[in-house]
Ligand binder design. Structure first.
Ligand code: NAD
Length: 487
């Protein structure tokens, strides 16, 4: 077995197995090969993980933020030193090409540990509030045991983006990766222990949609941070609301990317391709509704078609490969179904649309696909596809495109390509999205807050903002004189 971990779960500093849990296989999407056999968590494993986190959290929170941060920074160094090994594991877990994972996955996880480790000493400071003779002060206190639930597109990054701010704020975490990509988070847990993290502070348990609710409903869990789809977000938020738990929801999108006629065409095409084909289109913030000004539509489509057809599809472990398979056969079937709907509803297929015929084996490959003449009411323009399918829509007026871009239940991200900076900022002001890019797309360094509005979620990951979602303010009022009571 190419990537078999010692056991399915990592609890209290060690690998743990409970063979009574439902058995499942981890499949390498490029070949269909079984690379690990695991078990989903039983209720006993859930109890064990939450209890370990609860036990460890108080002592961890009692350490100074600098001391906690030092451990996270050490974990970042270990991740960077082992980048190749971790990237190969990420490629096996997800099918994403090594060309991407080597620059975008463990490295962005390490960035999170480094960033939050570095700001630990100042990011958690409270404030002093003068009140005449009296005064008050605020403290940032941890929430307790936090649960992280991950999607399958960035398994290592998601574990770190949730783990780093949670831990540095003094919480303990139980993380459940997606059942499609169970391997990366286990390595992160191992590395944190190697870096000196006390046992029980970061735990990983496996499972699917039946395991998640056991964590969300657990009375000792204070907060749930989910990265997943909108329907899952609704269920998790509803379950958490029943217990009035804190939640962060990083959900799906159908983000607009608007290309004005004065844009640098090659940059706009590059941005649109990155925002639709990176990670085989499995990126939440993708700009899947590409609004192109009518005046530049034909040159845009011509060059886009040529560049798309030159994308190198193949073995994800070959460094020359630019596009790997989809994460699973089920996800590919879903995307192919959307492509069929696009054709049936009258969109023009510019390129792609099927399964490439030159890739070997049982891999779940799919062609990068571009549709033109897409209209706002088509299914492919309204629903999140989560695959490499770009929809190009025409527009002529700024107000018109703004209204159409905002006419979506989602509000995760948006992008604008234009040379007119006044217009760019006007659009940035009016587009309804949590993250907006001007003359760039999908860049998410840890220094900037990331998250959605509308149905795409709430709460923010990364930057100082994330600490607010893993801690709460405690206010202390200090009376300096005698208490005067009217009775
Ligand atoms: P999904 O919603 O099917 O599953 C996400 C996670 O939730 C998995 O770990 C799953 O096991 C778990 N889960 C499912 N039902 C649950 C329940 N009732 N209670 C608790 N946990 C439950 O999503 P996916 O298919 O793994 O990922 C793709 C989706 O994730 C897309 O919609 C994508 O846009 C979104 N996503 C969002 C972001 C972001 O930061 N906004 C990032 C990556 C992916």
């Amino acid at each position: 077995m190419r990537a078999q971990p010692p056991a399915s779960h990592f609890i209290d500093g060690a690998y743990v197995e409970d063979a009574a849990g439902t058995a499942f296989e981890s499949i390498y999407p490029a070949t269909g090969e079984v690379i690990a056999r695991l078990h989903a968590a039983t209720p006993a494993i859930v109890e064990q993980a939450v209890a370990a986190a609860k036990r460890a959290q108080k002592d961890w929170a009692a350490m100074s933020p600098t001391a906690r941060g030092r451990i996270l920074k050490r974990a970042a160094e270990i991740m960077r030193a082992r980048n190749r090994e971790l990237s190969e594991l990420e490629t096996l877990d997800t099918g994403k090409p090594i060309q991407e994972t080597i620059v975008a996955d463990p490295t962005s996880g390490a960035d999170a540990f480094e960033f939050f480790g570095g700001i630990a000493a100042v990011g958690l400071n409270g404030s002093h509030i003068p009140l005449g003779a009296d005064f008050a002060y605020t403290k940032r206190v941890p929430l307790g045991v936090c649960v992280g639930i991950g999607a399958w597109n960035y398994p290592q990054q998601i574990a770190c983006w949730k783990g780093a701010p949670a831990l540095v704020a003094g919480n303990a975490m139980v993380f459940k990766p997606s059942e499609n990509t169970p391997l990366g988070a286990l390595k992160i847990a191992e590395i944190l222990i190697e870096a000196g993290l006390p046992k029980g502070v970061f735990n990983v348990i496996q499972g699917d949609r039946t395991t998640g609710p056991l964590l969300v409903e657990h009375p000792d869990v204070a907060k749930v941070s989910l990265t997943g789809s909108v329907p899952t977000g609704r269920k998790v938020a509803a379950a958490a609301a029943g217990h009035l738990k804190h939640v962060t929801m990083e959900l799906g999108g159908k983000s607009p990317l608007i290309v004005f006629d004065d844009a640098d065409l090659d940059s706009a095409i590059g941005g649109a391709m990155l925002g639709n084909f990176y990670s085989t289109g499995q990126v939440c913030s993708n700009g899947t509704r590409v609004f192109v000004h009518k005046a530049i539509k034909e040159p845009f489509l011509d060059r886009l078609k040529a560049r798309t057809e030159a994308i190198k599809i193949g073995d994800p472990l070959d460094e020359a490969t630019q596009l790997g398979p989809m994460v699973s056969a089920a996800q590919r079937a879903k995307v192919l179904d959307y492509i069929a709907k696009g054709q049936a509803e009258g969109a023009r297929l510019v390129t792609g649309g099927g399964i490439p015929n030159h890739v070997p084996g049982e891999g779940t490959y799919i062609q990068p696909t571009v549709f033109a003449d897409v209209t706002d009411t088509m299914t492919i323009a309204r629903e999140e596809i989560f695959g490499p399918v770009m929809c190009v829509l025409d527009f002529e007026q700024e107000d018109e495109v703004l209204a159409r871009a905002n006419a979506s239940e989602f509000g995760l991200a948006a992008g604008v390509f234009t040379a007119d900076m006044t217009r760019a900022h006007r659009m940035a002001d009016r587009l309804e999205a949590g993250t907006l890019w001007i003359n760039s797309y999908n860049l998410c360094p840890v220094e900037i807050p990331f998250g959605g509005s509308k149905q795409s979620g709430f709460g923010r990951e990364n930057a100082l903002a994330a600490l607010e979602h893993y801690s709460e303010l405690k206010t202390v009022y200090v009376g300096m004189g005698k208490v005067e009571a009217p009775y």
